[in-house]
Unconditional design. Structure first.
Length: 272
């Protein structure tokens, strides 16, 4: 799949979605949001893909909305078109969170506004040491979207979220790591190699426990302790019945490395 502003590639069980508008810092315009959602959906539906990376082309991850484009919509009061952009962001964030596979954001440069929240919607976030991230919406008189009002307080707490939303400043990667917005900060030339390493490691993991753990993290934010114990019981029961669990315990007893999912299927096919 290769759309004008969104490029999707697949290699070694890893899908990479690249925002491809580098001359405009990958700012969202037109159908770009829908293209991102379609790309994520396609990777989610592809059985050969077991982990996903989202990144940006050039020197930015994503500058958020294209302000010149937004200016035209606001000046002409094209409210219906403007709101369709908001819905587009909602669709992308929902698609990432509903996706059964782990998604890694490789933040290679500035991630502002909706671009920041695109990264925060992913399960894991790696950042270049020169990257910056910010909830810059009120700089142009707008309100956070793309799920930011849900994601940010849960990642950093309400007081820090208020600071990020109210002051709308871009913060450096090291500060983002310190307050919990990103998992790891590395030199720029190490970012994509680390993202691919993480994605390949995840691709070799059993898919069912990863999917259920992703759901558990999301459910835990609005569930009681007892409800999560019930979820754990159901999830563990599903895992007990899986081929990957059988392979995992046998490999442990036999003191060998387990082969899960596609790796096990490929080995079986080689012996046919």
């Amino acid at each position: 799949m290769n759309e004008t502003h969104v490029v999707v590639e697949i290699e070694d069980g890893v899908g990479t979605l690249t925002l491809n508008r580098p001359e405009k810092l990958n700012a969202f315009i037109g159908e770009m949001r829908a293209g991102i959602a379609r790309g994520i959906e396609a990777l989610g539906a592809d059985d050969g893909v077991r982990a996903v990376i989202v990144t940006g082309a050039g020197r930015a991850f994503c500058a958020g909305a294209d302000v010149k484009y937004m200016t035209r919509l606001i000046e002409t009061q094209a409210l219906e078109e403007a709101m369709s952009l908001v819905e587009g962001g909602r669709q992308v964030a929902t698609t990432i969170r509903d996706m059964p596979k782990p998604v890694i954001a490789a933040i290679n440069g500035p991630a502002a506004g909706g671009g920041a929240n695109l990264a925060l919607a992913c399960d894991l976030r790696l950042a270049s040491e020169t990257a910056t991230i910010g909830q810059t919406f009120n700089r142009i008189g707008l309100h956070p979207d793309w799920g930011g009002t849900y994601l940010v307080p849960r990642l950093v707490g309400p007081a820090r979220a208020a600071e990020l939303f109210f002051f709308a400043e871009m913060i450096p990667a090291a500060e983002a790591e310190r307050i919990g917005l990103v998992n790891r900060v590395v030199p720029g030339d190490e970012l994509m190699p680390l993202a691919r390493d993480w994605a390949r490691r995840l691709a070799r993991k059993p898919a069912l426990p990863l999917r259920l753990a992703k759901q558990a993290i999301q459910r835990s934010l609005g569930s009681s302790f007892e409800q999560m114990l019930d979820y754990e019981t159901a999830a563990q029961g599903a895992c007990f019945e899986s081929d990957d669990a059988l392979e995992g315990v046998r490999a442990f007893v036999e003191k060998r490395k387990p082969k899960f999912g596609e790796e096990r299927s490929a080995e079986a096919g080689a012996h046919v």
